[in-house]
Each structure stands twice: as C-alpha cells, then as structure tokens.
Design a protein around this ligand. Structure first.
Ligand code: MN
Ligand code: MN
Length: 316
C-alpha cells in the first residue's frame, strides 16, 4: 500500500517549530511523484497600490502551521489518498516583470508535465496569467472560478498590458478561458466608469457582485456553478480581497463590503465534484497583516482547495 506524506503533527514538533513548509508537509525538489504541489510565487512587482505580496508565500506557510489533516466539516481526508508536498518558490526576476511572467509560465509547464495539480501561494494577481497560459497548453481553455473584489480586466494600467489588474483581460484575449464557463464572485467598490463590469458580461462571464452575496448562503450559487462548469477542467483563483477587510485586512487594494469568511469557505467547498486542475490564493500582503489572520485565511482556503480536488476521499 502506498504511503502518503502527512503534515507534521503538533505532538511530534511544536507547531511553532521546524521549517515553515505549507501545512508542515515535506519539502520536495520538484513535482515529480506528487499528485498535488504547493508552490509559492513571491512577487509584488505588478501591484498598483500597497506592495508586500512578495512576502505572501512565506507568511501563508507560517500561518498554515495550525492546519490539521482532516476537514471536520466536509470529512475530506486529502492526505489519505493523494501525495502532497511543498516544492518551494518560483525563482522570479524581481527586477523584470515580462521576464518574470515567462519564468512563471515555464515553471508551471514543468510542473504540469508530472500530472501534478498545482496549488499556488501568491504573490500578486498577475501570477495567474502565466499559470493559465501553462494550463491552457495542457488542458485547453479552462473554466474559471474567480473570487475577487475586482474584475482584473483592465485593458492597460499606466499604459502597461501586464499588471495585477489585467490578467483576465489578457487571458480572455489569448483564448485561455473556456467560453461561457467563467464566473467572477465578490466584485464591488468604485470604478472608472459605471460600465466597468460590463466588458466581463459581454464576454459571457457570469458576474456575481458582492451585493448579490450579502446576507446569503452561497451554496445555491455554487450549485449553479457546478452545472455551468460540467466536466470542463476548472481553475480556481481566489484573491483574498474578495473577502471583507474586517476578516482579511492584509492586502493591497482593499474594498469595503466583501464576502464573509464563511462565504469564502462555501465557494471553495461548493467546487467539490468539479474537474479542478489547479488553484491559487493571491494578494496576501504581510506588512498590512499584523495579526497574521489574512495569511491564515489564505492558508485555510488553500487547504479547502486541496480538500475538493479530484481523488480526495471523504470519511463519511
Ligand atoms: Mn485580483
Ligand atoms: Mn482584488
């Protein structure tokens, strides 16, 4: 019988001790032999406001130390049937954004050669563009579940095509997204024009504003999303600023009136049963996160993504 990596338990080493890998899993040199790899992208050179997401992966790993293997709500037991490891960080070029985007795409193309599902610790949201480029080369256009305060579909920012507010405009232009299978949840705040989210709707994206989510369970929404996605390969991209700043203040572009932490869990848990091929959690900025709770929220959402991957057993 195969043996699977387990998170180092709190009775073997105090939770504040030892190397800070994601969930205190073994560190691996590459994705070889792994079903799922946690990967950090320590990048903030595409941010438009507060910086700091370059420090996100380290802080998410550190705050993941309390996560235990079993999911008490969903009964998922991801470490009973999947080989999961932490393969470290992508060595970006912090002085050169276009080169960094190329480095990330190449890195993920390598990971995907190993039939391994990447779960990524960001990093600012531009990292999702090169990841989707690698995904599309392997899977073709993917469905997208995008949680965010922002649509991230700007044509340019300060004249530049690559910025953390442009990835999904580029992804759509490049044909990386499955048509009719993109949903954006949590959009809100102020815009440059009243029509700012209309470009998304014109592309056939489903836009669910934060106001449509207020005071409700998102279980029924996710039921619709599962029908919409069918068996298409799906990528989950979770910008932590989709959550309300009362629970996730440590991020660069804060907007009031966001999703609750329970709604964040409902979205990810509601993706169970889909053909998920990867996911990321982006925009955690530790300098603005003195309690560490934003990073902890990020770590928890990444764990919940792990729990809904194909092949995870449930101990019902
Ligand atoms: Mn974003
Ligand atoms: Mn955002």
């Amino acid at each position: 019988m195969a043996t699977f990596n387990q998170p180092l338990g709190g009775n073997e080493m105090p939770r504040f001790g030892g190397p800070a890998t994601m969930m205190r899993l073994p560190a691996h040199d590459s994705a070889k032999g792994l079903d799922v790899a946690f990967i950090g992208v320590p990048m903030d050179i595409a941010t438009s406001n507060r910086p700091g997401t370059r420090l996100g992966p380290r802080q998410i790993r550190d705050e993941s130390r309390m996560l235990r293997p079993y999911n008490m709500a969903t009964r998922a037991a991801p470490f009973d049937s999947l080989q999961v490891g932490d393969i470290g960080d992508v060595p970006i070029n912090t002085f050169h954004l276009p080169k960094t985007v190329e480095i990330i795409e190449r890195y993920y193309s390598g990971v995907l050669q190993h039939a391994c599902i990447p779960l990524t610790l960001g990093g600012d949201h531009l990292i999702t563009l090169p990841i989707l480029r690698a995904m599309a080369k392997k899977h073709g256009p993917v469905g997208l579940i995008h949680i965010d305060a922002h649509a991230d579909v700007n044509e340019h920012m300060f004249g530049e095509p690559l910025a953390h507010g442009t990835p999904f405009r580029r992804a759509q232009e490049e044909g990386l997204l499955a048509q009719g299978k993109v949903v954006q949840i949590g959009l809100r705040g102020t815009g440059y024009a009243a029509e700012d989210f209309d470009w998304c709707r014109q592309q056939g994206f489903r836009v669910v504003t934060a106001e449509e989510c207020w005071y409700r369970s998102l279980g029924p929404l996710m039921e619709e999303v599962r029908t919409q996605m069918g068996d298409t390969p799906v990528y989950i991209t979770f910008d932590i600023d989709g959550l309300d700043p009362s629970v996730a203040p440590g991020t660069g572009t804060v907007e009031m009136g966001g999703l609750t932490s329970a709604q964040g869990l409902e979205i990810v848990r509601g993706a169970a049963g889909l053909n998920i091929v990867g996911g990321d959690l982006v925009e955690v900025s530790p300098p603005y996160d003195p309690s560490g709770n934003t990073a902890l929220m990020g770590a928890t959402l990444l764990y919940e993504m792990l729990c809904v991957l194909p092949g995870v057993l449930r101990r019902d």
